[in-house]
Design a protein around this ligand. Structure first.
Ligand code: G3H
Length: 254
C-alpha cells in the first residue's frame, strides 16, 4: 500500500468518492487509453474486490465488453469462489463474440474454477419471439438465477463508441445522438444527467434491479471515458468503481 500512497492514488480515490458520491473507488496507475496493460491492472483490482465481497453459494452476473474480458483474463481460483455461480448479466447486445457477456462469463468461471450457466438469446428478436423465448423453461431458469444474483460486475462505455461498435441500426443511432447519450452500461444509454435515453431490447438484469443487488462493481477507465463514468454514476450511487488514473485525473481536475 505504500506504493499507492507514494503515487497519490489514495488521494485520487478519496477525491473520486467525494466527487461522485460513491462509497468506494479503486484507482490503478496509468491510463488505459494509452497503455493496454492498464486494463489488465483494472481487471486484477476488480478480481481482488470480487474475492473480498463474494461468499460461497453466491450468484454473480457479469456483463460484456473489453474491460470485462480483462477481468475474466485476470481471474484466478480461490476457495471462496469454488461454489460461486457465474451468469451473464443480459442477453445479446450486438457485440462480437469475444465481447459478449456469455463468452466472458464462461471464461471467468473457468479461471475461477467456479460454475456457470449461459443465456442463449439472439440479438435481434421480434416482440413475439421475445415473449415466447422468455417462457422457455431453460431460459426462464437462467433468468431467475440472474435476478437472484448478489453481485453484478459491468463495464461503462462512451455512448457513441458503443453504439458504433455494436453496429446499431441507423434509426436507433439517430435516437442515441439526438437524445445526447454520453454513457452506456449493460445495454442502457444515459445522458449527462444519468437519465436513460435508449435501451437495447434484451433479457436479463434491468436497471430497476440494481438497487436490490447487494454489490455492484463498475469497471471502466481511460480519460476518454471520464464523461461517461460521471454520467452513469449519477444513476448508480451505491456502486463501487474500479478505474484508472487517466479517468480519475480527468474528473478531479475539473
Ligand atoms: O458493454 C460494454 C461496456 O459498456 C464498455 O465496453 O469495456 O469494451 O469499453 P469496453
Amino acid at each position: 500500500d505504500w506504493m499507492r500512497e507514494a503515487l497519490g492514488l489514495k488521494e485520487l480515490e478519496a477525491a473520486l468518492q467525494r466527487k461522485l458520491g460513491i462509497p468506494r473507488a479503486i484507482v490503478v496507475a496509468g491510463d488505459s487509453d494509452r497503455s493496454p496493460w492498464v486494463k489488465k491492472e483494472m481487471g486484477r483490482a476488480c478480481v481482488a474486490c470480487m474475492k473480498e465481497l463474494l461468499e460461497p453459494g453466491d450468484i454473480v452476473a457479469v456483463a460484456g465488453g473489453t474491460t470485462m474480458a480483462a477481468v475474466a483474463e485476470m481471474m484466478t481460483p480461490d476457495a471462496k469462489l469454488r461454489d460461486v455461480l457465474f451468469v451473464p448479466a443480459r442477453g445479446g447486445l450486438g457485440e462480437d463474440v469475444e465481447n459478449q457477456a456469455n463468452t466472458i462469463c464462461a471464461k471467468m468461471a473457468e479461471k475461477a474454477m467456479g460454475r456457470y450457466r449461459l443465456l442463449h438469446v439472439p440479438d435481434q428478436l421480434s416482440d413475439e419471439a421475445h415473449a415466447s423465448l422468455v417462457e422457455e423453461p431453460a431460459v426462464k431458469e437462467v433468468l431467475e438465477l440472474i435476478q437472484s444474483c448478489r453481485m453484478v460486475v459491468h463495464g461503462i462505455g462512451d455512448a457513441v463508441t458503443m453504439a458504433k461498435r455494436r453496429k446499431t441500426p441507423p434509426a436507433e443511432m439517430g435516437n442515441i445522438i439526438a437524445r445526447h447519450a454520453v454513457a452506456e452500461a449493460f445495454g442502457y444509454y444515459f445522458n449527462e444527467y444519468g437519465d436513460v435515453v435508449h435501451k437495447v431490447k434484451t433479457v436479463g438484469i434491468q436497471l430497476e434491479h440494481l438497487p436490490h443487488v447487494e454489490h455492484v462493481i463498475a469497471v471502466a477507465g481511460g480519460a476518454s471515458k471520464a464523461k461517461a463514468i460521471r454520467a452513469y454514476m449519477k444513476r448508480a450511487p451505491h456502486s463501487l468503481l474500479v478505474t484508472d488514473e487517466g479517468a480519475a485525473k480527468a474528473f478531479v481536475g475539473e
